[in-house]
Design a protein around this ligand. Structure first.
Ligand code: SAH
Length: 216
């Protein structure tokens, strides 16, 4: 356990997890992962009192650490199995990546803002989390590292990115909020065959937008 993670923090996380369970996330493996990841260490220390409220929070560079319920909900839809090879678009604070790693996934994560990328690349290993970090445009995915068992987009995309669908293995699942900037529909896409994709809708959410290109 990290020395900056106290029994008090663990108690607050337990209550957070209970709140997420009541809101409808019942997958115990997801709840266990949320209970383990010290969310307060992913935020600036002056905002520590907000770390275990179920809300999104600014992390600098105009970006946010997603609401814990949203992280849990997307993770549940992904149905993570140990050793799943997962691509995450939008590293941000690194919190979602940490949750996936706690569940035994191998995580490849892309961030388009260099400042955030550099910050998280330092922070996560300090906390014992080791995804593979990439600075780049998530719309392109990581063609040389695919195919992936699971793909998660943590920014609102106007439409399903075709390059990412093509990097999903047959049987794999992509979860992404799709729609205009005001609100998106959470979509779960399963690749049934080389050219067959099954799509489900899972409610309305609000994410920061998925943008093209990179920011230096
Ligand atoms: N998963 C993050 C959520 C961060 S918010 C967390 O757990 O904290 C969404 C992130 O997606 C932002 O950091 C934003 O810079 C990034 N992003 C937006 N468009 C992107 C793109 N095309 N490629 C990679 N990252 C992108």
């Amino acid at each position: 356990m990290d020395s900056r993670d106290s029994l008090r923090h663990q108690g607050m996380r337990k209550r957070l997890v209970e709140g997420i369970r009541i809101k409808g996330v019942r997958d115990q493996r997801v709840l266990d992962a949320i209970a383990k990841v010290p969310r307060h260490l992913f935020m600036d220390s002056s905002f520590i009192q907000f770390a275990y409220k179920d809300q999104a929070f600014p992390i600098g560079s105009g970006q946010t650490i997603s609401q814990p319920f949203t992280v849990a909900f997307q993770t549940q839809l992904l149905d993570i199995q140990p050793n799943d090879k997962v691509l995450e678009v939008g590293t941000g604070s690194g919190y979602q990546a940490a949750v996936l790693l706690e569940m035994g996934a191998t995580v490849f994560t892309i961030e388009r803002q260099r400042e955030l990328f550099l910050k998280v690349q330092q922070l996560l290993p300090e906390l014992g989390y080791h995804p593979k970090f990439f600075y780049g445009d998530g719309y392109k995915g990581l063609p040389t590292y695919g195919p992936f068992d699971k793909i998660i987009i943590t920014a609102g995309a106007p439409a399903l990115p075709e390059d990412l669908l093509q990097q999903l293995r047959v049987g794999g699942v992509l979860v992404a909020p799709i729609g205009p900037s005001e609100k998106q529909i959470m979509c779960k896409v399963t690749r049934k065959a080389e050219d067959e994709f099954a799509k489900e809708k899972h409610g309305t959410f609000m994410f920061v937008p998925m943008l093209k290109g990179t920011v230096n």
